[in-house]
Design a binder for this molecule. Structure first.
Ligand SMILES: [Zn+2]
Length: 469
């Protein structure tokens, strides 16, 4: 190899080890404007784009040509940069973020919540429209003193930037600029970075931090470890209920937004289920849209069990919730599987029915030695978290291997795609020794599956009891 050839090879190798798309972002006071320089280390195609509607708030877009910057006009949200078709290229631009958030007012694109601007990286990082090669994107954010930045995108090892696969930028985790107070909470196996909106709260800050810590510990207890190395939780004021609403988004990281209402008290936080539900989502991969009921059902089924095992919810409350909730998830005639329905009952409780029946079947077939816990822990251990997207079959096969059964795959075929007759829940309660009673439940410890029932809420194998052996 000639010296020139060697030099070219070294340059190619260093380009391959760095991110394919590399951004530096400078925020001005109040996050009014972001000034961005983007460098693409390979040919990425000429079309660069922003989230829907953001093009109107992008200005001074230019591509580097020798010592000059050449202005590029926008077409809607797209900017055509010929240099990026041929090889490495650099562009720069400004985004009027605050104005976009006030004008568009769309949560997935740009949105104001009090003084906080919610806007995922896809609304302010120009992304190549047709670069399908694998690679990473990385961004570094510089902030003025009055602005904090919070994002669920995974930080780089040195903590100086954020980085994820390029294909995840389009659906990147929740991110926010504004007056946010950062607090790091440790959970077994991971950390939760809390960004708490500044301002008046009805509870002391420490109560909010304790609530996040308690929820993270409960979810870590269920999965055996906190499901992701790092999650961002953004706590914002709003909503009429004490704990208004939560939403989780992964794809190259892990993020949760949760709204706390004016009336939230310590007691509300202590019995809250919303944050545990959202954190349960962190331990399962994104699956195709038709199968969202599997994700929601998982969180619906696991959340009370995780809280019971952590001592945050009484055993009777777990069963009362299932007795009252599961009838909403009964398959209906002509529905032909939950993949084909969009009704609320199927999404949450049809999904919970799946995980509940799967848990019973795995425990019965393995004489109590395996459970849905083992399946979910294996899926997480194989990398199946909210940070990635998997075909559902991959998750179910991974779970089935861990329990040595085919329960997850078979039950999915029955409830998801074929459709099923209603489940005989009364017979199931009788076998488990759960007796619905005046709005609550009583337990019958002489029932055939009483030990199995206790194992679900205490998380221990019913070994030595002899009943299920
Ligand atoms: Zn959910």
């Amino acid at each position: 190899m000639s010296a020139w050839g060697l030099l070219a090879a070294v340059a190619a190798a260093s380009a391959a080890s760095g991110p394919a798309w590399d951004y530096t972002v400078d925020a001005s006071a109040h996050a009014r404007e972001l000034t961005v320089v983007a460098r693409f280390s390979r040919a990425v195609g000429s079309a660069l784009t922003f989230d829907d509607g953001m093009g109107a708030f992008v200005e001074a877009f230019a591509m580097e040509r020798g010592p000059h910057w050449l202005a590029i006009p926008g077409h809607g949200d797209q900017f055509i940069v010929p240099a990026c078709e041929r090889g490495p290229c650099r562009v720069r631009y400004r985004v009027r973020l605050l104005e976009a958030a006030r004008t568009l007012d769309r949560r997935g694109v740009a949105h104001m919540n009090g003084e906080v601007v919610l806007a995922p990286p896809s609304s302010w990082l120009a992304r190549p429209l047709r670069d399908a090669k694998p690679g990473r994107y990385r961004f570094h954010v510089t902030l003025p003193a009055d602005v904090s930045f919070a994002t669920g995108v995974f930080p780089t090892d040195d903590g100086g930037a954020y980085e994820a696969p390029t294909h995840d930028l389009e659906q990147a985790p929740y991110s926010a600029f504004g007056p946010l107070e950062p607090v790091r909470v440790r959970a077994p196996g991971g950390v939760v970075d809390v960004a708490l909106a500044s301002g008046e709260w009805s509870v002391p800050r420490q109560d909010v931090v304790d609530w996040v810590e308690r929820s993270a510990r409960a979810v870590a207890g269920y999965y055996g470890t906190f499901p992701v190395p790092r999650a961002q939780v953004i706590v914002l004021p709003g909503g009429r209920r004490p704990i208004g609403f939560g939403t989780t988004l992964g794809n190259g990281g892990a993020s949760i937004i949760v709204w706390l209402g004016k009336g939230a008290s310590r007691a509300h936080l202590e019995r809250d289920w919303v944050l545990v539900h959202e954190m349960t989502h962190l331990g399962f991969p994104n699956v195709p849209r038709a199968q969202h009921w599997m994700e929601e059902g998982l969180a619906t089924y696991v959340e009370p069990i995780a809280r019971a095992r952590a001592g945050l919810l009484a055993e009777g409350e777990v069963w009362r919730g299932l007795v009252q909730g599961l009838p909403n998830g009964q398959p209906r005639p002509g529905e032909n599987g939950f993949d084909r329905t969009r009704r609320w009952g199927a999404l949450y409780w049809g999904g919970a029915m799946y995980w509940f029946l799967a848990d019973l079947q795995i425990r019965e077939r393995t004489a109590g030695r395996r459970s849905v816990d083992d399946a979910l822990r294996a899926i997480r251990a194989q990398g199946g978290t909210i940070a990635v997207s998997w075909p559902l079959a991959r998750a179910l096969e991974t779970g089935d291997r861990a329990t040595g059964t085919d329960v997850l795959t078979k039950l999915y075929a029955r409830l998801g795609t074929e459709g099923s007759a209603p489940v005989d829940l009364d017979a199931t309660w009788a076998r488990l020794g759960v007796r619905p009673d005046a709005g609550g439940v009583r337990f019958d410890d002489g029932a055939p599956l009483a030990a199995l029932r206790r194992a679900i809420t205490d998380g221990r194998e019913p070994a030595g009891d002899g009943r299920t052996e």
